[in-house]
Design a protein. Structure first.
Length: 95
């Protein structure tokens, strides 16, 4: 009785890479769409600036905006900052 071994590891790895790429892209674009839907609109500039970058070599996706106010919108400011780390006591201006 002889046993013949067929190595399909290259095809399997290629199929896994394709599945990972498809998942990352779909998940990242879904998060981007959710972010855009929930971004407050004043001028619309921030809402239109969100972008997705998929890095297959690291198997990761990044969603972000190059605008400075994106971090304030995401993490909050003052008393409403993420984890309460913002300045307490409100804001005031005296001229």
């Amino acid at each position: 009785m002889s046993v013949q071994f067929t190595d399909n590891s290259i095809k399997v790895k290629a199929a896994l890479d394709e599945a990972v790429e498809a998942f990352l892209e779909e998940a990242a674009y879904e998060v981007q769409a959710h972010t855009q839907r929930h971004t407050p609109v004043d001028t619309g500039q921030l809402k239109g600036s969100w972008a997705t970058k998929v890095d297959l070599s690291k198997a990761e996706a990044t969603i972000g905006s190059p605008l400075e106010n994106a971090i304030w919108t995401e993490l909050g400011t003052g008393e409403f900052a993420l984890e309460g780390k913002g300045r307490k006591g409100g804001w005031r201006y005296q001229d």
